[in-house]
Design a binder for this molecule. Structure first.
Ligand code: SF4
Ligand code: SF4
Ligand code: SF4
Length: 267
């Protein structure tokens, strides 16, 4: 039975422990009943090459030289569940919500397909259903329904070496700080997500400088929503009118897809 979560939760990915097994990627697909998409080999073992509307998390394979040997860094990426999410601030119909438990949830039935969230997100997370008749955006949910049920996210549960830990935000942050203190030769002195974009509910520890393994390190440490609306207001058309039109289209689109769905059930 769902319980009321009063303490914000967080997840920490310790990249020094990740073995690149992709168990998290498979568990996420499985739990969220996402379809697969055909991929092509591009000379890199990251597959698919980026998150997409059916893939909420991927494990990036970064190959580099370390003391003349080939070494790998494995980087699991997903929504960071920002404390002050720019996606929620940018969405004109309130399809995103930052919940008290930590997850930034998303209601696709409200989405009007404007893709402002995609422009606003500093981490490039929301992905559009380009191949669907009635497209909306998709992203990791932090397994909000599992958390509400007192469980950990599916990806965390599946991780064989416990490279991801989950729990109360304060405890997870304290654990990250303690690991750096206890092993200064192993970790760089940076908890990614502690301050980026005003802080996020997902954080990372690494032995390699974050900017060398694909992380954006130029993200402001102040919350982004204030900046977001300023940027979007510059878009040269009447946003209010456009939103009203798109909302009307979304209403009829969703009504249409509901009718089709009902017909399929009846048929
Ligand atoms: S990472 Fe992007 S999609 Fe996720 S909560 Fe932050 S702004 Fe929103
Ligand atoms: S928290 Fe849930 S939705 Fe997000 S990556 Fe993990 S399994 Fe997927
Ligand atoms: S399940 Fe854990 S060890 Fe395996 S790829 Fe994901 S984060 Fe890394």
């Amino acid at each position: 039975m769902a319980t009321t979560i009063l303490t914000p939760k967080a997840a920490l990915i310790d990249l020094t422990k990740c073995i690149g097994c992709r168990g998290c990627q498979v568990a996420c697909k499985n739990w969220n009943a996402r379809a697969t998409k055909k991929t092509v080999m591009t000379g890199n073992f990251t597959s698919p090459g980026d998150m997409n509307s059916e893939t909420y998390t991927i494990v990036k394979y970064i190959e580099h030289d370390k003391a003349q040997d080939v070494a790998w860094d494995f980087i699991k990426v997903q929504c960071m569940h920002c404390k002050n999410p720019a996606c929620a601030s940018a969405c004109p119909v309130g399809a995103f919500t930052k919940t008290a438990a930590g997850p930034v949830t998303y209601e696709p039935e409200k989405c009007i397909g404007c893709r402002y969230c995609m422009m606003a997100c500093p981490f490039g997370v929301p992905k559009y259903e380009w191949d669907k008749k009635y497209p909306v955006v998709q992203k990791c949910t932090f397994c909000a329904e599992r958390i509400a049920d007192g469980q950990m996210p599916a990806c965390v549960k599946s991780c064989p070496p416990n490279a991801i830990i989950f729990g109360d935000y304060d405890r997870i942050l304290a654990e990250a700080e303690q690991r750096i203190k206890d092993h200064p030769g192993l970790y760089i002195d940076h908890i990614y997500g502690k301050n980026e974009a005003g802080g996020t509910s997902w954080m990372y520890l690494s032995s390699t400088a974050f900017d060398t393994i694909g992380f954006k390190t130029n993200i402001p440490t102040k919350p982004l929503p204030d900046l977001t609306w300023g940027m979007l207001r510059e878009i040269p058309y009447k946003v209010g009118g456009l939103v009203a039109v798109l909302a009307a289209i979304a209403y009829f689109r969703n009504r249409g897809s509901r009718v089709e769905s009902d017909k399929e059930k009846e048929g």
